[in-house]
Design a protein around this ligand. Structure first.
Ligand SMILES: [Fe+2]
Length: 359
């Protein structure tokens, strides 16, 4: 006997369903003036901590859950503090949020505090909603995401849209409907700690290098997977960014190459570039000691700073289960190159390396 397919409940957030228009075009983003809200924040984070009933670190180097804080109730000073804290902790998790239900305009207004919102080059937005809303909709009714990953390992750490001249900073991901049961988590890793874990001599080798970031591979995948239904709203975008950047808020250095968009190291021959990038991508992929895993619940919103983290989906729940979310992606400063430090005493300044006899 052939089993009839499971009945599918209607989506809980129909206004946020994905809309694909193969003819839609958007302007290139280009350069803009930017001031980091985290730099003007109260370093004691009084607004956040007086509201928080509990502050739970998810791992030593990445991720903090702030219980009791409602994003929609934060004023400008509170959002500045959020910008500071997310730069320090990489990602912040907020539970039981009203955010999903306050409507496009309020959602856009909150995220815009962190920078002008990016419009994606190929991912869908709501049909009657602002184009800045990136819709993630994996469901029996729409298997586009699932099919695009069908022949690949879904674990791919990346920075969203690192190819922009001014890539994103604090970014919002709001879960609308998650799969039944467990699954569909996001893994975040600290690129600050990824950099710190390298030896001082190797870090110096990386500082000063530049790398090419491009949408070329992503656009060709979109065309291959979706044919005449593919969405390519702007031409292939390309930027050259430092391999090691400095966060303008914390002044910490971070690795800034990722396996989704970084193509090559400027000035290296192809084999040399591939060799170095493979090492750095593997280093991040194996970074379970500097990552955290965020499990979603109804009402969960995650905010992460793309300048100090990379993230990966898991796509581990059954194909056909519905996972529906939206992302708002504020753009930030042009990446700031780290300067090669002239003195060679860095190793002796690091207590742990001295203690382990590594200098
Ligand atoms: Fe992403």
């Amino acid at each position: 006997m052939i089993e009839s397919p499971k009945p599918v409940s209607p989506p809980q957030y129909p206004d946020y369903l994905p809309h694909y228009d193969p003819l839609e075009k958007v302007d290139m983003v280009g350069r803009f003036d930017y001031s980091n809200p985290g730099q003007q924040a109260d370093p004691t984070k009084r607004n956040l901590f007086t509201r928080a009933s509990e502050v739970i670190d998810l791992s030593p180097h990445c991720g903090t859950e702030l219980k009791g804080v409602q994003l929609t109730e934060l004023d400008s000073a509170g959002l500045d503090e959020l910008a500071l804290m997310v730069a320090e902790r990489g990602c912040l998790v907020f539970r039981d949020q009203a955010f999903a239900d306050v409507g496009f305009e309020k959602q856009r207004q909150i995220a815009s505090h962190f920078g002008p919102l990016h419009v994606h080059g190929w991912m869908p937005h709501p049909e009657k909603g602002p184009p800045e809303f990136v819709i993630v909709f994996d469901s029996r009714e729409d298997l586009r995401i699932r099919k695009s990953w069908a022949r690949k390992n879904p674990i791919q750490f990346h920075v969203d849209q690192s190819l922009e001249p001014q890539p994103p900073g604090a970014t919002f991901f709001c879960m609308l409907e998650q799969p039944q049961g467990v699954g569909g988590d996001t893994i975040f890793c600290s690129t600050v700690r990824a950099y710190e874990k390298l030896s001082p001599k190797f870090r110096k080798r990386l500082e000063g290098l530049m790398a090419v970031h491009s949408t070329a591979n992503a656009v060709s995948r979109e065309l291959r997977d979706n044919g005449d239904k593919s969405v390519v709203r702007r031409p292939v975008t390309r930027s050259v960014h430092p391999v090691v950047i400095v966060n303008p808020v914390t002044k910490q250095k971070a690795l800034f190459v990722n396996s989704s968009y970084t193509q090559n190291i400027v000035g290296y021959d192809d084999d040399e570039s591939d060799y170095l990038l493979k090492f750095l991508f593997d280093h991040i992929n194996r970074g379970h000691d500097f990552s955290c895993r965020v499990r979603y619940e109804p009402g969960t919103v995650v905010v992460w700073d793309q300048r100090v983290t990379q993230h990966s989906q898991t796509l581990d729940y059954p194909a056909g289960d519905r996972r529906h979310a939206f992302r708002l992606t504020p753009l930030a400063n042009p990446p700031i190159p780290s300067l090669v430090e002239k003195d060679d005493t860095q190793c002796m300044q690091e207590e742990e390396r001295v203690m382990l006899g590594l200098c």
